[in-house]
Every structure is written in C-alpha cells, then in structure tokens.
Design a protein around this ligand. Structure first.
Ligand SMILES: [Zn+2]
Length: 242
C-alpha cells in the first residue's frame, strides 16, 4: 500500500507545481494588457497635442489665404478708384478700401498671434513626444520581459504536463480516478493526517480508530469531514523499507 501512496503523493507534487505555474502564468496576460493600455494612453496624449497644433496651423493658413484674397480685391478696387467720376462714388469706394485694409490689419495681427500660439504648441508637442519616447521605451521593455516570462511559464507547464503523464501511469488506476475527481473540486486532493489524527486538509480531528487504521494499512482513506484522500503523515515520513 505504501508504494501506491508514494506514487499518488508524487503525482500530487507535480499537480501542485503545475497549478502554481499556471496561476502565475495567468497573471501575465493581464499585466501585459495593463501596460499596453498605458502605452496607448501615452500615445493618445501625444496625438491630442499634435491635433491642437494642426488646428492652429490650419487656422493660420486659412487666415493668410483670406488676407491674400482680400489684398487682391483691394488692389482691384484701388485700380477702379481713378475711374470714379463722382466724388460721392470715389469717397464711398475709398471708405470701403479703408475698412478692408483695417480688416487686413486685424487679420494680420491674428496671424501673428496664431503663429505665437503655434510656436508654444510645437514645444508642447516636442515635450510630449519626448515623454512618450521615454515611457514607450520603458513600457515596451516591460511588456517584452513579461511576454518572455509568459512563454517560459507555458513551456514549463508543457514540460510538467509530460511529467504528470509519467507520474499518473505509476498510480493505481482506481485510486487515480478518485484522486482526479476530488482534485477538480479541491486542491490538494491528497492530504496527510498528522498524529494524533488531525486532517491537514480541513483541520478536523478524526477518530483515533480511523487514524490507527491509516497508520497500520499505510494506505489511503477518505476524510469523513472534507472528503479528501488522506493518509497517515508518518507513513511517508518513514524511511523506505530495504
Ligand atoms: Zn479533512
């Protein structure tokens, strides 16, 4: 019976290792996703500053085009000014020209102001870009490292899956079936009962007779409280018989 118990304990050791590895490996994709989100947010911040700059430059360009068009118009008016026969028509046109030129002056001042704002904004874009480059370097490195850890953990799980197959073959078929059923509900599925009869799975104290039978049989039974497979701890602590 002791050999059966040993085989099962060895199998559980592999199962616990696999479970621990899977648990830590499961955390990586979430961490990676979190970092990728931070990276995207930093990129969005750069894009927002750049959009502001584009908007300013667009406004400035539009205003410059309007001034050019307006100047053409005024030049034509000025040419027509000499053709005016009446003083009234002349002064009316002259006043129009005057208003248009004042308007151009105002627009030219706006162009200067927009240019000033664009210069400031260009600096903001540059700073944000620098900030992003730095952040992105750090984040990309972290993401890469986590992806490396993830694939290493996955490879380790695959290797342990192989070990598990080997270990499962050595376990008594009926026992393995019982163990696998319990394992799906609670881990560890196999628990020692420590002298004088405390189940290490659930902490309950079993009847003395139950414990004594476990010790004598060197076998496995079901804990009346937690339904785990249990064995007397001292059985596996004994040196193996020659
Ligand atoms: Zn128990």
């Amino acid at each position: 019976m002791r050999e059966k118990l040993q085989a099962l304990a060895a199998l559980q050791k592999v199962d616990i290792e696999v479970a621990a590895l899977k648990k830590s490996a499961d955390a990586y994709p979430k961490e990676i996703g979190e970092l990728e989100k931070q990276l995207a947010a930093a990129k969005t911040a750069v894009d927002a500053e750049r959009t502001k700059l584009d908007e300013l430059e667009k406004q400035k360009l539009h205003l410059e085009q309007t001034i050019t068009e307006d100047k053409d118009k005024v030049r034509k008016w000025e040419a027509r000014l000499t053709e005016q026969r009446s003083t009234r028509e002349y002064s009316a046109l002259a006043r129009e020209i005057d208003i248009a030129k004042k308007g151009q002056q105002t627009m030219a001042e706006e162009v200067v102001e927009l240019g000033r704002q664009a210069t400031i904004q260009r600096e903001a874009v540059r700073a944000k870009n620098e900030d992003f480059a730095e952040k992105s370097k750090g984040l990309t490195e972290k993401i890469g490292a986590l992806k490396g850890k993830l694939s290493a953990a996955e490879a380790a799980v695959r290797a342990l899956d192989g070990d598990r197959e080997g270990a499962a073959k050595t376990v008594d078929a009926a026992l393995l079936k019982r163990y696998d059923v319990i394992r799906k509900k609670r881990m560890p599925a196999l628990a020692p009962v420590a002298a004088p009869g405390i189940c290490r799975g659930c902490g309950i104290t079993v009847r003395a007779q139950f414990y004594n039978t476990l010790v004598a049989s060197k076998g496995v039974d079901t804990c009346p409280s937690c339904s785990r497979l249990v064995y007397a701890q001292e059985v596996l602590e004994e040196p193996a018989p020659k």
